[in-house]
Ligand binder design. Structure first.
Ligand code: TYD
Length: 137
């Protein structure tokens, strides 16, 4: 079972091009320690709204603020950690079995998620009581 101590910021490859902006690259299984099978993004999140509020049984994710800023609060049933994401070249690696909430979205922010599996509602644990029972095995 992973804990919040296994979650970490991964810095992605950045390439500067003078006066033309920057480019950031992610290649499968290179920067991220899993195979990417799905990409999705959250945008137009109204101020004050929290997203997430669930855990995944077997999904690995890299969560990025490709624009703007938000906070990811992680909980493993014992410990909590918070990460402020506000750089498009930094991703938060979240392995399976970690409860997460995304909050404090700045206006216009975009949360890009790289995920190891295609969408499967069966992989979600959406109730915190069920989550604690899952953690206890
Ligand atoms: P959910 O993961 O609960 O959103 P969040 O954690 O950001 O609050 O997903 C919201 C809705 O979108 C839910 O009805 C499931 C659907 N959805 C898909 O159909 N495919 C996907 O890949 C994802 C991430 C969500």
């Amino acid at each position: 079972m992973f804990t919040v101590d296994d979650c970490r910021i991964i810095e992605l490859d950045r390439h500067h091009s003078q006066r033309k902006g920057d480019i950031c690259v992610v290649e499968n299984c290179k920067e991220v320690p899993f195979e990417i099978n799905r990409v999705y993004y959250l945008y137009d999140v109204p101020g004050g709204v929290d997203r997430g509020g669930h855990a995944h049984k077997s999904l690995y994710q890299l969560i990025m603020a490709v624009s703007g800023c938000f906070t990811v609060v992680l909980d493993d049933g014992g410990q909590r950690r918070s990460f402020v994401l506000n750089r498009p070249y930094k991703g938060l690696y979240v392995p399976p079995g970690i409860w997460r909430t995304l909050e404090d979205f700045s206006s216009g922010s975009v949360c890009l998620v790289l995920a190891s599996e295609r969408y499967d509602e069966e992989d979600y644990i959406r109730d915190f009581g069920d989550y604690l029972a899952f953690r206890r095995g």
